[in-house]
Design a protein around this ligand. Structure first.
Ligand SMILES: Cc1ncc(COP(=O)(O)O)c(C=O)c1O
Length: 298
């Protein structure tokens, strides 16, 4: 229990030394950068490329990065925040082989695993794993429980698990989980499936609404809903608007949307719009976003 990023951080400390490199696919969830740098490790960026409507990882480039002597960990985000990419089983298998070949351990953050809004199923790392790995996740995204805290994971190797618990319970004094979080997780997993199915349908509707409204206003964007997550990762680069100008216009419109650069330099010119909310709010937010883009282009 604790939180996913806490568990990730603990594992980074266990499996690497100060100054070692942790590889992440970029753009990346901002806490990934913070936890790597905050633990005095270095981020090794593996930029994802968009090929058509798909986000793609160049496996040859990845192999070269994994071969670097100080690259010790692949911190995988699966499904990927912010692009919403769902990794295929073949991609995951290839990454597992490369990591094993180069003695790179894998930490798979699968907190978005239930947020599948496209056709591709989620493949847990456990299904492709080789060598040393850990998987951390939570019901907090799926059932909106982050206020209770709570996460869970799989650390298959007994020595790693023992060291991890030693650090958690003794060094950090987190000897028992928050009881409400445990109860909430059990209840959500036992009884929440119909609710979750309905939620995914609702989120699909929200994402389609964003696509319809945005593409009608700015056809050159041709924005399509992601394969997973309730995050609309929108490439505004075709419109040629400076990020700061748009952020000012969004403030004028009284709508807060995360600028893409929050997720690293690969996110420059993007916006990350969260549609995990009532449809009326999405409608209002998209209208304000469209108005802000018009104002920035004027
Ligand atoms: C990929 C990813 N990991 C972890 C978290 C946060 O999890 P926690 O609050 O349990 O650390 C988020 C939240 O946005 C996330 O997107």
């Amino acid at each position: 229990m604790a939180s996913v990023i806490y568990m990730v951080a603990q594992m980074i400390r266990h499996w690497s030394e100060v100054g070692d490199e942790v590889l992440i696919h970029t753009p990346a969830y901002d806490a990934f950068y913070k936890t790597v740098y905050g633990n005095q490790r270095q981020v090794l960026e593996m930029p994802l490329q968009r090929v058509g409507l798909e986000w793609h990882c160049d496996m040859t480039a990845l192999a070269a990065k994994l071969a670097r002597p100080r690259c010790k960990i692949l911190l995988l985000c699966s499904p990927h925040n912010p692009t919403g990419k769902v990794w295929t089983a073949a991609e995951l298998q290839q990454m597992a082989e490369l990591c094993e070949r180069h003695h790179v351990r894998v930490i798979s953050d699968e907190i978005h695993m239930d947020m599948m809004v496209g056709d591709r199923p989620h493949t847990p790392w456990a299904r492709v794993a080789r060598g040393d790995w850990a998987l951390f996740t939570s019901a907090s995204k799926s059932f909106n429980l982050p206020g209770l805290t709570g996460a869970w994971g799989i650390i298959p190797q007994p020595d790693d698990r023992a060291a991890w618990f030693q650090a958690l319970k003794n060094a950090d004094g987190l000897s028992s989980p928050a009881v409400l979080a445990v109860a909430a997780h059990i209840a959500a997993y036992r009884h929440g499936a119909p609710w979750l199915d309905a939620l995914r349908d609702y989120l699909r509707g929200n994402l389609i609404l964003v696509a319809d409204r945005l593409n009608a206003a700015f056809p050159s964007l041709n924005w399509q809903p992601p394969q997973a997550t309730y995050l609309a990762w929108i490439d505004l680069n075709p419109l040629g608007i400076a990020e700061q100008t748009l952020q000012q216009a969004l403030i004028q419109q009284r709508v807060a949307i995360m600028p893409g650069s929050t997720y690293g330099s690969a996110g420059q010119g993007f916006l990350r719009l969260n549609v995990g909310c009532p449809r009326s709010k999405v409608e209002d937010g998209v209208s304000r976003l469209i108005a802000a883009i018009h104002a920035s282009s004027a």
